[in-house]
Design a protein around this ligand. Structure first.
Ligand code: CUA
Length: 343
């Protein structure tokens, strides 16, 4: 199990293109920078306090030894205790609290003008991502334009989850029945790992996602491509039809795979825009092939992994909601061709 896990992680790192460490110590977003500088301040303050307390402790030990020897009269210890034990801590705590409140104000996403609104719903154990103004639905990937404030409006369908992209943002819970808000303002293009940060069940650790930050024009292109149906509805028709010039353009293997998919139980849970697959329990597959991972980060999105996932998802990610399928052999190959055509 550990070996498989290690392999998965290695292959993911190689395939996914997530080019950055998932660390809050290399911030690349406005909110993450604010959290980072707050943390640096706490570290500095904590270190100074520790050094001072240790200095006093050492001093007291040495002094006590000396006092034993010389029977020294008592000094102004009560002043030191009053100032060092009450006044200074009160000032430090007030300072830390004030800065914490400011960080919460700056990172809460309140009152900021957002260019793009993204709706995120947490599910056991994946992320549903919607761009309501453009009718785009995707999963386990949040695409954002660089240098723009993106507002995430978040909820959960089952239990509490928490969205965290250490390099870009703070950490905000997703709660069933209510909406919480956070903002992402990525400073550099790239792919950033995110992770569910609230224990939500067996596959909490594999409830991952990526934030892909694009240059603004590239982001517009992505959004437009995602808003179109992935399938060319005419292309599957009879070739040679003059009213339908695209007819027969599609790979016959893809057409066959489409039939297999549409007659499988997959369609009860998954949707492909513009087709009879309209399930809502699982991730929307309209542009499945454009995504980097399968199963919320558990596998890279390649053909071999996809086959593994479809045949026995419970072996890959035990406890997730997807049942296995008995589609096999030539039908499975055709279905893989179809799914890989959904760019
Ligand atoms: Cu969702 Cu932990």
């Amino acid at each position: 199990g550990a070996a498989v896990g290690a392999l998965t992680v290695t292959s993911l790192a190689a395939c996914s293109g997530a080019d950055r460490p998932m660390s809050m110590f290399s911030p690349s977003g406005a909110d993450a920078s604010r959290v980072d500088s707050h943390w640096q301040m706490l570290l500095l303050l904590g270190s100074v306090v520790w050094l001072v307390v240790m200095g006093f402790t050492l001093g007291a030990v040495l002094r006590r030894r000396r006092a034993h020897r010389e029977d020294e009269p008592r000094g102004r210890g009560h002043v030191v205790v009053a100032v060092g034990g009450a006044l200074v801590p009160a000032l430090i705590i007030t300072w830390v609290m004030a800065d914490s409140v400011l960080v919460m104000r700056d990172t809460g996403g309140q009152g900021e003008d957002a260019g793009t609104v993204v709706e995120v719903a947490g599910h056991q154990f994946w992320w549903e991502v919607r761009y309501p103004e453009d009718g785009v639905v995707t999963a386990n990937e949040i695409h954002v334009p660089v240098g723009e404030v993106v507002r995430l409006e978040m909820t959960a369908s089952d239990v509490i989850h928490s969205l965290w992209v250490p390099q870009l943002s703070g950490k905000v819970d997703l709660n069933p029945g209510r909406t919480t808000v956070m903002t992402i303002n990525a400073q550099e293009p790239g792919t950033y790992w995110g992770q569910c940060a609230e224990y939500c069940g067996l596959q909490h650790a594999w409830m991952r996602f990526v934030v892909v930050a694009h240059e603004p024009e590239e982001f517009d292109g992505w959004l437009e491509a995602q808003s179109l149906p992935a399938e060319d509805p005419g292309a599957g028709g009879e070739p040679g039809d003059p009213a339908d010039p695209d007819a027969g353009d599609q790979d016959p293997q893809v057409v066959r795979g489409r039939e297999v998919f549409m007659s499988s139980s997959c369609v009860y849970c998954h949707a492909v825009a513009g087709t009879e697959a309209t399930g809502t329990m699982g991730p929307d597959l309209t542009h499945f092939a454009s995504r980097q991972t399968i199963g919320a980060g558990v596998l890279p999105n390649d053909r071999e992994s996809l086959a593994r996932w479809i045949v026995d998802p419970q072996a890959v990610k035990p406890g997730n909601a997807m049942p296995g399928t008995d589609v096999a052999g030539e039908e499975l190959e055709a279905m893989l061709d179809y799914l890989e055509s959904l760019e």
